[in-house]
Design a protein around this ligand. Structure first.
Ligand SMILES: *Cc1c(COP(=O)(O)O)cnc(C)c1O
Length: 449
């Protein structure tokens, strides 16, 4: 699928990729980094500062991936680096409690006030957060089934690597070899934004369902915002049948507002926040180091070991460097920071819309506040089936034209673009200059491989 041209001079990245591919499957530690969806050689990064990445060939890129979300303040922010350095000088990990963990938990709980989060358990990845939230929901309800939505990503635990089976309301099927049909059978998969399907499923089998898990606003099939009607069904259907709602804010949390998607919805004129029973966090809350969390009402959280019988643990959970990075990042994320993020997103979206209009190629922007993605379609898709019908085959040509002109976009059409508070006029200028040729490349791209 490598239709994209290989740029002239990235010998160091090419050598690094060949070397890495011998020692590491596919040469990467997480699949999307390998450029499989866009073709070509991934840039190996040597260093980064503010909005810029610098690769091993010394080429500089305006970064709109931001480590897939965590780098809310751009790269190597001096205050965050100083907080981590200070923490490091006091020791890297203790395997014993620290005050920083309570401070970070308090900061998060205070930010999401009104969302139902009274207590929080720190973990090291979003995958662990959702996996543990599901175990807790099953223990709390004494039920086995969970409901997820097609196109939502919640990390790579077995129960969540499940796709829709054939037919509307069937058991899920494993979406990866190695996930057993048994593990998948307890996961029911519904189309996203389909309030009726959710209500009908609960009417039929509500008493078997422990929890519904949903991305607060999906960003892992591109950005697909929930409709008000769907949010209403999420708020009502599980509750009416004694099931829990797990809102996965790993991507949206502390990115789209001070209080994540919940905060954005709760604002006057918003969609209305959906009060969840359990909420998962990650990405931004670790400031670039591995930290994630899940939280909820104290009565539910009290069932976790050692307070209760539900087992959950982590050698490096609440790591002092990660809590220091997370706290420093959140403390910098004030109202002015969110205003900057929102205006950077507006500016980039404005440029994209204008350029494609002048080329005459329809694009639609999927949006959840400052989190957005660009779809090659007339209207923003509402669910994953619609996302898959967009002209994603145009993306590799667009992506590579941007990359060659110094803009590092997500290497997949199915991913969100991430802005940071570190975006400068110079970075926006690089984007503006790269855009016309890339828009033309997308327009000229052909669906044939
Ligand atoms: C990134 C992500 C996860 C998984 O987090 P990891 O830290 O990569 O394990 C889970 N849910 C959502 C919504 C995410 O965006």
């Amino acid at each position: 699928m490598t239709t994209a041209p290989e740029p002239a001079a990235i010998p160091a990245s090419q050598t690094a990729f060949e070397r890495a591919s011998r020692a590491i499957p596919g040469g990467v530690s997480s699949p999307v980094r390998a450029f499989g969806a866009v073709g070509g050689t991934p840039r190996f990064i040597a260093k980064a500062q503010g909005p810029w990445l610098v690769d091993v060939d010394g080429l500089r890129y305006f970064d709109l991936v931001c480590s897939w979300g965590p780098m809310l303040h751009g790269h190597a922010h001096p205050e965050i680096v100083a907080a981590v350095a200070q923490a490091a000088s006091r020791g890297l990990s203790f395997g014993a409690p620290t005050e920083g963990e309570a401070e970070l938990a308090e900061e998060i709980i205070a930010r999401v006030a009104g969302s139902g989060v009274e207590q929080l358990r720190l973990v090291t990845s979003g995958t662990e957060a959702t996996m543990s939230a599901i175990r807790l929901a099953r223990a709390h309800t004494g039920r086995a089934k969970i409901v997820k939505f097609f196109g939502c990503y919640h990390g790579h635990s077995d129960a969540l690597l499940v796709a829709a089976g054939s037919g509307a309301l069937t058991f899920g099927t494993p979406s990866s070899p190695g996930v057993t049909p048994g593990a998948a059978a307890d996961t029911l998969v519904l189309p996203y934004n389909d309030a009726r399907a959710l209500v009908e499923l609960f009417a039929e089998r509500g008493n078997e369902i422990a929890a519904v898990i949903t991305e607060a606003a999906p960003g892992n099939m591109g950005v697909v915002a929930p409709t008000p009607e769907f949010q209403k069904a999420l708020a009502e259907a599980p509750r009416a049948h004694g099931a829990l709602l797990i809102s996965d804010e790993v991507m949206t949390g502390f990115r789209v507002s001070r209080a994540g998607w919940h905060g954005l919805c709760s604002k006057a004129g918003g969609l209305g926040g959906v009060p969840a029973d359990l909420v998962t966090f990650g990405k931004v809350m670790g400031g670039g180091l591995p930290a994630a969390a899940f939280g909820g009402r104290a009565e539910i959280m009290a069932q976790l070991a050692p307070a209760g019988p539900v087992y959950q643990a982590g050698t490096l959970a609440g790591n002092p460097l990660a809590t220091a990075a997370g706290l420093a990042s959140l403390r910098l994320a004030d109202d002015a920071a969110y205003a900057r993020l929102d205006s950077a997103a507006e500016e980039i979206i404005g440029m994209v819309v204008k350029e494609f209009a002048s080329v005459g190629l329809p694009v639609a922007i999927g949006r959840a506040g400052n989190l957005f993605s660009v779809f090659f379609s007339d209207a923003p898709p509402n669910d994953y089936d619609a996302v898959r019908k967009t002209e994603t085959w145009r993306y590799p040509a667009f992506f590579h034209a941007m990359l060659e002109n110094g803009v590092h976009l997500p290497p997949s059409a199915y991913e969100a673009w991430f802005v940071s508070t570190a975006i400068t006029d110079e970075a926006l200028d690089v984007f503006a200059k790269a855009l016309p040729a890339a828009a033309r490349a997308a327009d000229k791209a052909s669906a044939e491989r």
